[in-house]
Design a protein around this ligand. Structure first.
Ligand code: B3K
Ligand code: ZN
Length: 867
């Protein structure tokens, strides 16, 4: 299986490069003809043959400098075309034909609801024409798109439109992109759309046309995306001094898309989920997602497009950095500590799982079979944490100096993660030698800390030690450079000044660069409560033996939102684990009272309060355990939840009432109140389903926005209230023609924890709204079940596992990329106790043994089954 893996250590610069390419694309849904004229230059004078990548192409013609290359002079196989070439420059013309309708993988050129669209990252361009499909080959593109104007009035590609002509119904439009780019940034879209037009004046006074293309009839859902784009453009100028560089910026929303969106130069293609929204159809969560993804793709214009990756192992160069940038943008837009909590929750639920599972890899992987399998939470989110740590170590200004130097050195080039770190180092004269370990190895480091108070000397001694556990890909590990943002707190949460000889930067950041360290703080009046990971300053697990009292101190009054939330989660986790051993365990009165006092504390803003009052996520708990008995864990969660629900009952009823708002507003304050109201409603339902019945029904019926509607429906679904079935039906009847809204319904159906689950799933699959061909539909139901419905997915008879396996087998033939993503829950079978683990393994094996298993699934399942 690993025999066809590509290795980072095998990287060689290319023998040839392509300076410019002229593409002519004659569109036809089943027989599109592509003519490519490339100016090829030899870089390695010893090279005698040009090997171009190409898959699923019908080759019609090839010539070099106008001389036809005969059949017996070239060779073609499943993945490449080899041409003899022993000159330093040549013009090569290649004509190929493809069938976009048959392309259900949604990679290369394919059809989405009657429109043509492309997805080329990572290696999709080779499904359009023969090319040097690698990110370190940068060419200027001129693209002529030809199609039937009655069906495809908009013919789009990268850059600026330079000419158009008509021949009967045939429209021909030519685009020129002056910025040399790798082919993964190529895009072509053709179809009939409604268009939202706007413009943005850049900081140097240039006017940029902004055009948002949506399916006919959807213009009333495009405003938020457009506003988000303008905010992003302004933010990148303000924070990084980065200006947009073409005359036009286009975004097209399509319904069939594997990922969230794609940053093609000047022509972003978006999953419609991240564009289309209004208050009737989208939740606050959707609006925030749109702002983040629009920002993310826009920020790629500099971090990804202007400076791109040398090879795909360097993916985090652009993705980690761009996620960090979109996170900072969202944080600046909302000014809420809750964003950071959400970032951390993703790390702990998903990334820590990946780091300790079969697919463990460093943020810069060393070995890859199918690149699409490496668009992971490790490369993206842990990658963003690594960038954030550099920001923490260098400070805001130092980081900006590093970014400026990075662009000054590498604009227009394809570079490596080392080049980025070096720019940060050089701009700040800061040694990041040990820090580079974050790029080299997988695994979540553990920082173990102990503290001792010396009353006689009024001092506090902290001992720190770091270690990284072995991971699936590598046994032995090195220590790394961990920034710990430290706070000491008194009994009432008051901040204690840090007096220490240990070097601290930014006032409270200690660099743990050795395996162990000792810090002494002086002038400490009483035994303090330490917080060592303020704002989650490093993606590590922190082990410190806190007392309940210390955690309550942090929970009730720490000045850092993340730390408060974390303290509450640790308290609840502690009692969940006790309840696994003894289901009669009682939460102590002071713990329950701590949660009540947070609920009643009017100084805490609503969004943060909703987080502080949330139960720990199952996935996060699983990551802290071995040989997981999932059913006993779920029972223990119920035990703790019930006790807390009872204590909180009065407070949450008040919160539910006081969070109601007379008018709908789309501000972060209003969003926070809606979030708190829904959390309160869930607690009410937990303690008293009968009271919740009428509240939920009224909420559902009176809601004037999707956030409140869905919140009510979710509470009915999670708590299996009597009103559930009627509300689900009413929701379905109202929205059945709207795919994006139906995704919410599908996710709830998948997540329904009920004995009728399997029958229900079969009924839902049989409805017209469900199809495995649309990734959004497939993901909603399948992931709603396998990632959210723990009891039913882990059904003791294995039926949940096999249901997932059957979907994966069907998806393997349709869309291997989506199949390889959705199979993830089964691949973690080793985490679970033998009863469940063996059943999971059996279902995984049932996929492994089918004919024509894609290389995407082979890599992921192979690693899980064979280690
Ligand atoms: N760069 C794209 C992801 C492409 C995924 C290819 N399988 C989206 C993004 O990260 O912005
Ligand atoms: Zn990205």
């Amino acid at each position: 299986m690993t025999t066809n893996a590509k290795l980072l250590s095998d990287y060689r610069s290319p023998d040839f490069t392509i300076r410019s390419v002229e593409l002519t694309v004659e569109l036809d849904p089943t027989d599109t003809r592509i003519t490519s004229v490339m100016k090829v230059q030899r870089l390695n004078q010893a090279a005698q043959a040009l090997v171009l990548d190409g898959e699923a192409l019908r080759l019609e013609h090839v010539d070099i400098d106008g001389v036809v290359v005969a059949d017996d002079e070239y060779s073609v196989d499943d993945v490449s075309l080899t041409l003899p070439l022993d000159q330093s420059e040549a013009m090569i013309t290649i004509v190929t034909r493809i069938n976009p309708t048959e392309n259900t993988s949604l990679e290369g050129l394919y059809m989405s609801d009657g429109a043509f669209c492309t997805q080329c990252e990572a290696e999709g361009f080779r499904k359009i024409t023969f090319y040097l499909d690698r990110p370190d080959v940068l060419a200027t593109f001129q693209t002529t798109v030809i199609g039937d104007e009655t069906k495809y009035p908009y013919l789009l590609s990268n850059g600026n439109e330079v000419s158009r002509s008509k021949d009967g119904q045939k429209l021909s439009v030519t685009w020129q992109d002056p910025h040399p780019k790798p082919c993964y940034l190529f895009a072509l879209v053709a179809g009939d759309f409604d268009v939202l037009d706007d413009s943005f004046t850049t900081m140097s006074g240039r006017e940029v046309a902004l055009r948002l293309f949506v399916d006919k009839g959807n213009l009333n859902r495009a405003d938020y995306a457009m506003a988000s784009l303008k905010h992003s453009m302004k933010w990148d100028e303000d924070v990084y001094g980065l200006e947009y560089d073409l005359d036009i910026y286009m975004i097209v929303a399509v319904d069939f898309f594997n990922m969230g969106a794609m940053e093609n130069k000047g022509l972003n293609v978006f999953n419609s989920k991240y564009v289309l929204a209004n208050v009737e159809t989208a939740t606050d969560h959707d609006f925030n997602g749109i702002e983040a993804v629009i920002g993310h793709e826009y920020f790629h214009n500099w971090t990804g497009n202007r400076v791109t990756c040398r090879d795909w192992f360097q993916l985090s160069l652009k993705e980690g950095l761009t996620v960090f940038r979109d996170q900072s943008f969202s944080q600046d837009m909302t000014q809420s500590s809750v964003n950071r909590i959400d970032d951390v929750a993703i790390m702990r639920s998903h990334q820590f799982a990946e780091d300790s599972g079969p697919m463990a890899h460093p943020i810069r992987p060393k070995s890859v079979v199918e690149m699409n399998n490496f668009y992971t939470v490790t490369v993206y989110n842990k990658g963003a944490e690594v960038i954030r740590m550099m920001h923490t170590l260098l400070g805001k200004e130092g980081f900006r100096k590093g970014m400026d130097l990075y662009f000054a050195r590498h604009d227009g080039k394809a570079v490596t993660c080392d080049d980025f770190v070096e720019a940060m180092e050089d701009a700040n004269s800061f040694d990041l030698g040990r820090f580079r370990q974050w790029y080299e190895q997988a695994g979540t480091p553990t920082v173990t800390a102990t503290g001792e108070y010396d009353a006689a000397n009024r001092s506090y001694r902290l001992e720190l030690a770091q270690s990284v556990p072995p991971t699936a890909d590598e046994e032995s590990k090195q220590h790394t450079h961990i920034p710990l943002r430290i706070g000491l707190y008194g009994a009432n949460g008051e901040v204690i000044d840090l007096n220490t000889e240990a070097p601290l930067t930014d006032g409270n950041v200690y660099s743990l660069v050795e395996p162990t360290a000792e810090l002494i703080f002086t002038d400490v009046d009483a035994a303090p409560t330490p917080a060592l990971l303020l704002d989650f300053s490093a993606p590590v697990k922190l082990e410190f033996d806190y007392s309940d009292t210390q955690l309550l101190t942090l929970f009730k009054s720490c000045d850092d939102g993340f730390t408060r939330w974390d303290a509450g989660q640790q308290l609840l986790t502690r009692y969940v684990f006790s309840a696994m051993k003894n289901s009669a365990v009682l939460l102590p009165a002071d713990v329950l009272q701590g949660f009540v006092s947070v609920a009643n504390d009017s100084a805490i803003d609503a969004a943060l309060k909703s987080k502080l009052l949330s139960m720990p996520a199952v996935s996060g708990l699983v990551n802290q355990m071995k040989d997981v008995n999932i059913h006993s864990l779920l029972d223990a969660l119920d035990v703790v939840r019930k006790q807390l629900a009872e204590s909180l009952f009065e407070s949450v009823q008040q919160l539910f009432n006081s969070s109601a708002q007379p008018n709908f507003e789309l501000t972060s304050k209003a969003m926070g109140l809606r979030m708190l109201k829904s959390v309160a409603l869930d607690w009410i339902a937990n303690h008293s389903p009968s009271i919740a019945e009428s509240l939920v029904t009224t909420e559902f019926e009176n809601a004037n926005n999707m956030t409140d509607t869905l919140a009510a429906l979710k509470v009915a679904n999670t708590n299996s209230l009597h009103c559930r079935s009627e509300l689900m039906t009413s929701f379905f009847n109202k929205w059945k023609d709207d795919g994006l809204v139906m995704d919410k319904w599908l996710a709830l159906q998948g997540g329904w924890d009920n004995d009728a689950c399997q029958t229900n799933l079969a009924e839902v699959e049989a409805t017209d709204v469900f199809t495995l061909h649309n990734p959004n539909r497939a993901r909603s139901l399948i992931s709603g079940f396998s990632n959210m419905n723990y009891r039913r997915f882990h059904a003791k008879d294995g039926s949940g596992y096999q249901w997932l396996a059957d979907k994966i087998i069907a998806l393997n033939a349709i869309n291997p990329q989506i199949a390889a993503r959705l199979v993830n829950p089964l691949t973690h079978w080793k985490k679970f106790n033998t009863d469940q683990g063996e059943l999971m393994k059996q279902s995984l094996t049932s996929i492994w043994t089918i004919d024509a298993l894609s290389k995407d699934l082979k890599e992921v399942i192979g690693k899980s089954l064979n280690g």
